[in-house]
Write a protein that binds this ligand. Sequence first.
Ligand SMILES: NC(=O)c1ccc[n+]([C@@H]2O[C@H](COP(=O)([O-])OP(=O)(O)OC[C@H]3O[C@@H](n4cnc5c(N)ncnc54)[C@H](OP(=O)(O)O)[C@@H]3O)[C@@H](O)[C@H]2O)c1
Length: 213
Amino acid sequence: MRPRVIINCAVSLDGKLALGTWRQTRLSSEEDMARVHRLRNSVDAIMVGIGTVLSDDPKLTVKEKYVENPRNPTRVVVDSRLRIPRDAQVLNGAAPTIVATTEEAEGTVPNAEVIRCGRGKVDLSLLLELLRERGIRSVMVEGGSRLIGSLLRQGLFDELKVYVAPVVIGDGAPTLAGFPAAKSHEETVKLILTNVERLGEGVLMEFVPAGKV
Ligand SMILES: NC(=O)c1ccc[n+]([C@@H]2O[C@H](COP(=O)([O-])OP(=O)(O)OC[C@H]3O[C@@H](n4cnc5c(N)ncnc54)[C@H](OP(=O)(O)O)[C@@H]3O)[C@@H](O)[C@H]2O)c1
């Protein structure tokens, strides 16, 4: 059994998560930021890949500006080789933090519990099961490209929420599909659109996996 997995991201009109440098750029409108923080506050855990920690250094906490008396769910970083910088903001002690790594990775991380699952890369299916055993019933995945890509390809998600901003970034920037492109229609990840909503200057689209309905 695994927790409910909600993938959330903001993209440009051409489906890019960040700039060509892979540095983040603000894509969410103020209305979308408020939605993201409310969603963070409603889940048991917020998960990102190590690439996002290295490029954006997010705190992954809930801002009081958007939510009164925020809960600050557990933060989970997927990091096969324990590359996490010891001064990363997710290690600031503001919320419980788990670093998920592989059997072969050695060492500890300050202000975080290290969970070992899988060899080579973190076994996401096993990680989700271990999180569920720790009482985590819902996980919001906030990026980046390769972590979202793996979850989409493995069908390890229940909802996908994509905020589309009215900007165009161009070739070479990361997308929400950080995996080799499908070479046939059968290989594509299929989704069902369940909701569309204007939020500020952009649009929120919500999907579920096609197999789930
Ligand atoms: N617009 C948005 O909503 C948004 C949100 C977040 C991030 N971003 C952007 O996304 C970009 C970062 O994407 P990214 O792909 O570099 O980073 P990522 O998805 O955050 O992390 C990917 C890394 O996680 C590790 N990993 C371990 N096991 C994995 C598995 N089973 N599947 C996938 N990854 C696994 C791998 O590194 P190891 O092998 O070393 O462990 C992998 O390279 C940045 O440009 C950031 O700004 C955008």
